[in-house]
Ligand binder design. Structure first.
Ligand code: AP5
Length: 190
Protein backbone atom coordinates (compact mmCIF):
# COMPACT_ATOMS: atom_id res chain seq x y z
CA UNK A 1 0.00 0.00 0.00
CA UNK A 2 1.53 3.27 -1.08
CA UNK A 3 0.01 6.70 -0.61
CA UNK A 4 2.26 9.43 -1.87
CA UNK A 5 2.08 13.15 -2.60
CA UNK A 6 4.43 14.82 -5.08
CA UNK A 7 5.13 18.48 -4.38
CA UNK A 8 7.28 20.79 -6.48
CA UNK A 9 7.13 23.94 -8.58
CA UNK A 10 5.71 24.04 -12.10
CA UNK A 11 8.12 22.26 -14.42
CA UNK A 12 9.90 20.35 -11.64
CA UNK A 13 8.90 17.07 -13.28
CA UNK A 14 5.98 15.97 -11.10
CA UNK A 15 3.88 14.68 -13.99
CA UNK A 16 6.80 12.99 -15.75
CA UNK A 17 7.94 11.24 -12.61
CA UNK A 18 4.45 10.44 -11.32
CA UNK A 19 3.76 8.37 -14.45
CA UNK A 20 6.99 6.41 -13.96
CA UNK A 21 6.54 5.84 -10.22
CA UNK A 22 2.90 4.84 -10.67
CA UNK A 23 3.94 2.10 -13.07
CA UNK A 24 6.58 0.77 -10.70
CA UNK A 25 4.34 1.00 -7.64
CA UNK A 26 1.21 -0.21 -9.47
CA UNK A 27 -0.97 2.58 -8.08
CA UNK A 28 -2.82 5.28 -10.04
CA UNK A 29 -1.12 8.64 -10.65
CA UNK A 30 -3.77 11.25 -9.92
CA UNK A 31 -2.93 14.64 -11.42
CA UNK A 32 -5.38 17.44 -10.70
CA UNK A 33 -3.94 19.39 -13.65
CA UNK A 34 -4.59 16.43 -16.00
CA UNK A 35 -8.14 15.96 -14.68
CA UNK A 36 -8.86 19.65 -15.23
CA UNK A 37 -7.36 19.54 -18.75
CA UNK A 38 -9.46 16.45 -19.62
CA UNK A 39 -12.56 18.33 -18.49
CA UNK A 40 -11.55 21.36 -20.56
CA UNK A 41 -11.17 19.12 -23.63
CA UNK A 42 -14.56 17.51 -23.01
CA UNK A 43 -16.21 20.89 -22.44
CA UNK A 44 -17.75 19.91 -19.09
CA UNK A 45 -19.02 22.50 -16.61
CA UNK A 46 -15.98 21.76 -14.43
CA UNK A 47 -13.73 22.29 -17.45
CA UNK A 48 -15.29 25.66 -18.27
CA UNK A 49 -14.80 26.81 -14.67
CA UNK A 50 -11.24 25.44 -14.41
CA UNK A 51 -10.07 26.94 -17.72
CA UNK A 52 -10.72 30.50 -16.53
CA UNK A 53 -8.34 30.01 -13.62
CA UNK A 54 -5.75 27.83 -15.37
CA UNK A 55 -5.27 30.19 -18.30
CA UNK A 56 -4.56 33.00 -15.84
CA UNK A 57 -2.13 30.85 -13.82
CA UNK A 58 -4.42 31.02 -10.78
CA UNK A 59 -5.48 28.10 -8.62
CA UNK A 60 -8.91 26.67 -9.23
CA UNK A 61 -10.97 27.40 -6.07
CA UNK A 62 -10.49 24.91 -3.23
CA UNK A 63 -14.18 24.02 -3.10
CA UNK A 64 -14.09 22.82 -6.72
CA UNK A 65 -10.72 21.06 -6.49
CA UNK A 66 -11.44 19.40 -3.14
CA UNK A 67 -14.74 17.93 -4.33
CA UNK A 68 -13.07 16.58 -7.46
CA UNK A 69 -10.23 14.92 -5.53
CA UNK A 70 -12.53 13.47 -2.86
CA UNK A 71 -14.55 11.85 -5.64
CA UNK A 72 -11.42 10.50 -7.39
CA UNK A 73 -9.99 9.06 -4.15
CA UNK A 74 -13.26 7.26 -3.46
CA UNK A 75 -12.89 5.21 -6.65
CA UNK A 76 -11.90 1.55 -6.21
CA UNK A 77 -8.48 1.75 -7.88
CA UNK A 78 -7.32 4.33 -5.30
CA UNK A 79 -8.08 1.96 -2.43
CA UNK A 80 -4.77 0.15 -3.18
CA UNK A 81 -2.86 3.42 -2.87
CA UNK A 82 -2.22 6.45 -5.07
CA UNK A 83 0.26 9.02 -6.14
CA UNK A 84 -1.10 12.55 -5.96
CA UNK A 85 0.54 14.95 -8.43
CA UNK A 86 -0.30 18.61 -7.85
CA UNK A 87 -2.58 18.18 -4.85
CA UNK A 88 -2.67 19.51 -2.17
CA UNK A 89 -1.52 23.04 -3.13
CA UNK A 90 -3.14 25.12 -0.38
CA UNK A 91 -3.46 24.82 3.39
CA UNK A 92 -7.19 24.21 2.96
CA UNK A 93 -6.47 21.34 0.57
CA UNK A 94 -4.17 19.77 3.18
CA UNK A 95 -7.06 19.83 5.68
CA UNK A 96 -9.42 18.29 3.14
CA UNK A 97 -6.97 15.53 2.20
CA UNK A 98 -6.54 14.73 5.90
CA UNK A 99 -10.32 14.52 6.24
CA UNK A 100 -10.79 12.26 3.21
CA UNK A 101 -8.02 9.89 4.29
CA UNK A 102 -9.19 9.78 7.92
CA UNK A 103 -12.67 8.83 6.69
CA UNK A 104 -11.04 5.89 4.87
CA UNK A 105 -8.97 5.03 7.94
CA UNK A 106 -5.90 5.75 5.82
CA UNK A 107 -2.86 8.04 5.97
CA UNK A 108 -0.09 9.32 3.70
CA UNK A 109 3.14 7.32 3.64
CA UNK A 110 5.41 10.02 2.20
CA UNK A 111 5.36 13.51 0.72
CA UNK A 112 8.10 13.98 -1.83
CA UNK A 113 9.19 17.48 -2.81
CA UNK A 114 10.95 17.58 -6.18
CA UNK A 115 13.28 20.57 -6.23
CA UNK A 116 14.63 22.36 -9.31
CA UNK A 117 16.21 25.72 -10.17
CA UNK A 118 13.80 28.40 -11.35
CA UNK A 119 15.83 29.02 -14.54
CA UNK A 120 15.64 25.33 -15.37
CA UNK A 121 11.88 25.00 -14.81
CA UNK A 122 11.20 28.10 -16.92
CA UNK A 123 13.40 26.67 -19.71
CA UNK A 124 11.54 23.33 -19.56
CA UNK A 125 8.13 24.97 -19.65
CA UNK A 126 8.98 27.32 -22.52
CA UNK A 127 10.32 24.33 -24.46
CA UNK A 128 7.04 22.50 -23.85
CA UNK A 129 5.17 25.63 -24.88
CA UNK A 130 6.97 25.62 -28.25
CA UNK A 131 6.37 21.88 -28.71
CA UNK A 132 2.83 21.46 -27.39
CA UNK A 133 1.29 24.91 -27.00
CA UNK A 134 -0.26 24.28 -23.56
CA UNK A 135 -2.39 27.38 -23.00
CA UNK A 136 -0.93 28.17 -19.55
CA UNK A 137 2.72 27.82 -20.63
CA UNK A 138 3.15 31.43 -21.80
CA UNK A 139 5.86 33.49 -20.10
CA UNK A 140 3.48 35.74 -18.11
CA UNK A 141 1.32 32.87 -16.93
CA UNK A 142 4.35 30.78 -15.96
CA UNK A 143 5.60 33.70 -13.86
CA UNK A 144 2.25 33.83 -12.05
CA UNK A 145 2.21 30.03 -11.53
CA UNK A 146 5.67 30.20 -9.96
CA UNK A 147 4.65 33.13 -7.75
CA UNK A 148 1.57 31.30 -6.52
CA UNK A 149 3.63 28.19 -5.84
CA UNK A 150 6.01 30.20 -3.65
CA UNK A 151 3.17 31.94 -1.80
CA UNK A 152 0.73 29.10 -1.25
CA UNK A 153 2.27 25.70 -1.95
CA UNK A 154 5.93 25.90 -0.90
CA UNK A 155 4.85 26.45 2.76
CA UNK A 156 3.14 23.03 2.74
CA UNK A 157 6.57 21.38 2.78
CA UNK A 158 7.07 22.68 6.33
CA UNK A 159 3.68 21.28 7.35
CA UNK A 160 4.61 17.80 6.12
CA UNK A 161 8.15 18.10 7.44
CA UNK A 162 6.73 18.69 10.93
CA UNK A 163 4.74 15.49 10.51
CA UNK A 164 7.90 13.59 9.59
CA UNK A 165 6.57 12.74 6.13
CA UNK A 166 8.67 14.96 3.86
CA UNK A 167 11.59 13.89 1.71
CA UNK A 168 13.29 16.24 -0.76
CA UNK A 169 14.63 14.96 -4.06
CA UNK A 170 16.80 16.85 -6.53
CA UNK A 171 14.84 17.15 -9.78
CA UNK A 172 17.75 18.46 -11.85
CA UNK A 173 19.48 16.34 -14.48
CA UNK A 174 18.32 13.46 -16.65
CA UNK A 175 14.80 12.07 -16.19
CA UNK A 176 16.15 8.54 -15.48
CA UNK A 177 18.48 9.87 -12.79
CA UNK A 178 15.62 11.72 -11.08
CA UNK A 179 13.48 8.57 -11.16
CA UNK A 180 16.29 6.58 -9.54
CA UNK A 181 16.65 9.22 -6.80
CA UNK A 182 12.91 9.19 -6.18
CA UNK A 183 12.74 5.40 -5.88
CA UNK A 184 15.66 5.50 -3.51
CA UNK A 185 13.99 8.23 -1.42
CA UNK A 186 10.81 6.19 -0.99
CA UNK A 187 12.72 2.99 -0.33
CA UNK A 188 11.85 1.08 -3.52
CA UNK A 189 14.61 -0.86 -5.29
CA UNK A 190 15.19 0.64 -8.80
P1 AP5 B 1 -0.49 21.26 -13.38
O1 AP5 B 1 -0.77 20.62 -14.66
O2 AP5 B 1 -0.32 20.43 -12.19
O3 AP5 B 1 0.74 22.24 -13.63
P2 AP5 B 1 2.03 22.62 -12.75
O4 AP5 B 1 1.99 22.28 -11.32
O5 AP5 B 1 2.29 24.03 -13.09
O6 AP5 B 1 3.06 21.61 -13.28
P3 AP5 B 1 3.59 21.31 -14.72
O7 AP5 B 1 2.70 20.32 -15.38
O8 AP5 B 1 3.97 22.51 -15.50
O9 AP5 B 1 4.99 20.68 -14.31
P4 AP5 B 1 5.38 19.31 -13.62
O10 AP5 B 1 6.09 19.55 -12.34
O11 AP5 B 1 4.25 18.33 -13.62
O12 AP5 B 1 6.48 18.86 -14.64
P5 AP5 B 1 6.34 17.97 -15.96
O13 AP5 B 1 6.64 16.57 -15.64
O14 AP5 B 1 5.04 18.30 -16.64
O15 AP5 B 1 -1.63 22.34 -13.05
C1 AP5 B 1 -2.08 23.22 -14.04
C2 AP5 B 1 -3.09 24.19 -13.44
O16 AP5 B 1 -4.23 23.46 -12.96
C3 AP5 B 1 -2.62 25.02 -12.25
O17 AP5 B 1 -1.89 26.16 -12.63
C4 AP5 B 1 -3.98 25.39 -11.61
O18 AP5 B 1 -4.63 26.39 -12.35
C5 AP5 B 1 -4.76 24.08 -11.80
N1 AP5 B 1 -4.56 23.19 -10.66
C6 AP5 B 1 -3.92 21.98 -10.67
N2 AP5 B 1 -3.93 21.44 -9.45
C7 AP5 B 1 -4.57 22.32 -8.64
C8 AP5 B 1 -4.87 22.32 -7.25
N3 AP5 B 1 -4.51 21.31 -6.45
N4 AP5 B 1 -5.54 23.39 -6.76
C9 AP5 B 1 -5.94 24.42 -7.56
N5 AP5 B 1 -5.66 24.48 -8.88
C10 AP5 B 1 -4.99 23.44 -9.41
O19 AP5 B 1 7.57 18.56 -16.80
C11 AP5 B 1 7.53 19.83 -17.37
C12 AP5 B 1 8.31 19.77 -18.70
O20 AP5 B 1 9.68 19.48 -18.42
C13 AP5 B 1 7.82 18.67 -19.65
O21 AP5 B 1 7.90 19.11 -20.97
C14 AP5 B 1 8.80 17.52 -19.38
O22 AP5 B 1 8.95 16.68 -20.49
C15 AP5 B 1 10.08 18.26 -19.04
N6 AP5 B 1 10.93 17.56 -18.07
C16 AP5 B 1 10.53 16.86 -16.97
N7 AP5 B 1 11.60 16.39 -16.31
C17 AP5 B 1 12.70 16.81 -16.99
C18 AP5 B 1 14.11 16.65 -16.79
N8 AP5 B 1 14.61 15.95 -15.73
N9 AP5 B 1 14.95 17.23 -17.68
C19 AP5 B 1 14.47 17.96 -18.73
N10 AP5 B 1 13.14 18.13 -18.99
C20 AP5 B 1 12.28 17.56 -18.11
Amino acid sequence: MTRLVLLGPPGAGKGTQAARLAETLQVPAISTGDIFRANVREGTELGVTAKRYMDAGEYVPDSVTNAMVADRLSQPDAARGFLLDGYPRTAEQVVELDRVLAAQDAALDRVVEITADTDEVVTRILKRSAEQGRSDDTEDVVRRRLELYTEQTAPLSATYEQRGLLVRVDGMGAVDDVTARLLDAIGVPA
